[in-house]
Design a protein around this ligand. Structure first.
Ligand code: OAD
Length: 247
């Protein structure tokens, strides 16, 4: 019987429109903790209790402590072979879009350019008063950090629970999901909407949707097949099977 891996490679060989949704699992092998796995709690809180406008309004310093920890993790991390394989894939297809829920910047650092960061970027913060934006991963001297322009309070440029996704990026991600012949869902628990809904959009539109994740997820039953391996192992194998890492 033909394996899921061989089916995926065959589907990719004949595809010209491919899109990918990634989540925290793709950065796990770079040493960045996922949100819902073991050790996913932060100071005893679930992510849904920290990453909200309400939590920030109540205690901005506490929310900033969480993001300062993740800024430090992102600064220390390096892209892993999974990020690199996705960057190598984008030149192989006439249409390719990588939509990530991750805010760590590792896809970009690995070289991905056809990329939508659905949930923002840990490297950016902006002033809640004048919207001036700063971008860096330097340690912050004061939490919450203060706008160098107007002295207002800054917040992370992250899409929190209850907030809308960036309009243009979300439209691009949906278009790519609708037109993809092959859609990959990599390293996400597929529990957070609307991002997880992209996989359903792709499946409804007729794409062959494959999952790469060591564990089953809420949407596994919907997919054409799953490769139960870490993405840093599976994705380089896929790229190698397609014939090398460059287009
Ligand atoms: P989760 O922490 O919910 O899920 C991580 C997934 O990665 C799980 O399904 C794991 O089985 C899988 N995984 C772990 N190690 C892996 C590896 N080496 N290779 C492949 N997969 C692996 O993270 P997300 O689905 O990304 O939003 O969470 C979605 C959103 O919820 C995040 O963007 C964040 C969070 O709240 C915001 O902060 C707004």
């Amino acid at each position: 019987m033909i394996s899921v891996f061989d089916r995926l490679v065959a589907a990719l060989r004949s595809a010209s429109r491919v899109s990918v949704l990634t989540g925290a699992g793709v950065s796990a092998e770079s040493g960045i903790a996922t949100f819902r796995g073991a050790g996913g709690l932060w100071e005893g809180h679930r992510i849904e209790e920290v990453a909200t406008p309400e939590a920030f309004a109540e205690d901005p310093e506490r929310v900033w402590r969480f993001y300062e920890m993740r800024r430090r993790n992102a600064r220390d991390a390096r892209p892993n072979p999974g990020h690199e394989a996705l960057a190598a894939m984008e030149g192989r297809f006439s249409e390719f879009l990588l939509a990530t829920q991750n805010v760590d910047g590792l896809h970009r650092r690995a070289g991905s350019r056809n990329l939508v960061e659905l949930h923002g970027s840990i490297a950016r913060r902006y002033c809640v008063q004048c919207r001036r934006t700063e971008e860096d991963l330097e340690p912050l001297e004061m939490l919450p950090p203060v706008c160098p322009g107007c002295g207002g309070m800054q917040r992370p440029d992250i899409v929190w629970f209850g907030e809308p996704l960036p309009v243009a990026g979300w439209a691009d991600a949906q278009d790519a999901a609708r037109s993809a012949e092959v859609y990959l869902v990599v390293g996400t628990s597929a529990e957070v909407y609307p991002a997880a809904g992209l996989a359903l959009v792709a499946a409804d539109a007729g794409a062959a949707v494959f999952e790469i994740n060591p564990a089953e997820t809420a949407l596994s039953p919907v997919f054409a097949g799953a490769i139960r391996e870490p993405s840093g192992v599976a994705l380089p194998r896929v790229v190698d099977a397609l014939g090398g890492r460059t287009a």
